[in-house]
Design a protein around this ligand. Sequence first.
Ligand code: ADP
Ligand code: MG
Length: 688
Amino acid sequence: MTALRGVGGKTLERLERLGLHTLHDLVFHLPLRYEDRTVIKGINQLRHGDFALIEGYIETVEEQGIRQHSLVCYLNDGNASIGLRFFHYSAAQRERMRTGVLLRCFGEVREAGYGRAGKEMTHPEYREVASGEQGRIEASLTPVYPSTDGLQQRLLRRLIQDALTYYRDDSVAASALTDWLPRRVVDGLAFPALFDAIQTLHSPPPGSDSADSINQAQQRLAFEELLAHHLSLSRFKISRTRRAPLMRPNAVLEQAFSAVLPFHMTAAQQRVIAEIERDLAGEKPMMRLLQGDVGSGKTVVAARAALIAVASGFQVAIMAPTELLAEQHYQTFLRWLTPLGVNVGFLSGRQKASERETVLFALGSGLVNIVLGTHALFQESVIFQRLGLVIIDEQHRFGVHQRLALKEKGGRDGNCPHQLVMTATPIPRTLAMLGYADLDVSVIDELPPGRKPVQTVAMPSSRRGEVVQRIHDWVGQRRQAYWVCTLIEESELLSCQAAEQTAQALTAALPGVRVALIHGRMRAAQKEQAMQDFKSGLYDLLVATTVIEVGVDVPNAGLMVIENPERLGLSQLHQLRGRVGRGEGESFCVLLYQSPLSVTAKQRLGILRATQDGFVIAEKDLELRGPGEFLGVRQTGLMQFRVADLIRDSGLLDDVKTVAEDLLRDEPECVEPLISRWLGQGARYAEV
Ligand code: ADP
Ligand code: MG
């Protein structure tokens, strides 16, 4: 940086605040938007909301207002006039604004305020123009950069231009901007060269071409950035050279399994099982992501996959994100697989030491075939005799980090276990390709037959009484219901207290209705007991915090009230609502909101009422929130892009994938430089 003219301590400090430490950082600091100062607009052509460059002579100058003075100059370009309004101005400024002075201004056009007719600009950028200079304008669009206090756009523009010149004129320096994309790729996709693209973005040509050139340059850089992300994850796929245990399906056990199941599998479930079978029979470790909307029946697919492993003499570990869900899976697996002679175990961080010892021993000696649990499963003390398959449910609850680390929990024979990762949060294709570039993907795109859509209504909390009455009637029909209390200002304690109070209030308001309570501060055993009792029909109404968000499956519970749904994101609401609509009859979701709703909250609830398609909801969620929060990214820093925009650039992803494969195969020397250019320090996250 210090190679640039006029960069001293203060400026350096401010640049560093923006994360700009080197010239390389500086040229990759791209504009937020552009201003067109290449054309002087006629004042009579200006419309409300335009950002425009104008030039004219000062006609009159007035100071207006009584308590708050403002200075208004009227500027005329020969055809029309416009007011320039300044609320803050110095005496010197006022002194120079005199009738007859030629000014050039850039600003936003508005309707004149204060009861006056005509147009105005408030605090435009302006300068006096010498008469010889009249009409001479900028040659390119003017970039507007992300900046920080005290760092003027004008200075930032000049520094970036100087940095570009430096790279252009100095061949040694230029090597830092090497174009790592092979020529054939750049030509094949009709992209501009790297330097040209960067240059265009900092000073786009004026006129009708500008949008096109900006677009091309942006696509080129977005492509490179997405490619870098993709490559950094794909390295894991390449490292999949360890052998996996060979597994073969067993027809006898499978028939017995079908006989135990109370339903037939859907075509989608069968297709996905076939894909998994194929992977398990191969020599490479399976790395498969199973996507299926809430209620699509992923658990039974997991059970079938586990059965193949067990039939082939291997052990299976199944990990769920919460104790509640792990326990529920444990019960399901016991029911389905014990009749087939499979030994199913349960491991939890909160078990009594003696119970835990017993399970650990059974795992080490191979007595237990399948173990269900939380992340406690992957502690060092857990040793398997022959682990062949790892299944992770509701993957989105774990970070990319954790998932990659789990691969190392292998068998003692040096084999690498197969891995099946399941998620109900439908991951938009765009994100799936990046966050899960190392996984193959299977999708269950069909719900079990007979499901009716959940009827969703939104009501203000002033109608709470009606909702309570509705629960009364519902329970009268021998059906069950959930009442969900949402998070209060990120405080678990307050949320739990709110749930307790709600449970008390509902118990009082609904005599004869048996109310159970589950929240995050209860002991695991208590929670499990309450859940179990609710499932077996001992209670009619379950009041809960969002702990029941994932996986909980009680088909007879067909009514859900969500209090303050405006506090939750769309995907989370969709997950919650997925708890109902699992049985035969009609089902309902009541969104009991606190008015007034913000604009986005209104949009979110509207989307939820309009659709039940998890993919549509996920895409909308992404649009409304941005990808940041989506994958639990806060833990990984994965999805922060500089240029790329997953929605705008999703069309590039197929090419990104092909080119990534190309490079890894034919030009591996380009891979590291690309990754470090775009991910920099962030690349480390992937190295676990
Ligand atoms: P999720 O994909 O959300 O994990 P689950 O595996 O919990 O869904 O399944 C939801 C419910 O649907 C469960 O009660 C399960 O037993 C039932 N189910 C799964 N597959 C079928 C099927 N093919 N036909 C009928 N019911 C099914
Ligand atoms: Mg599930």
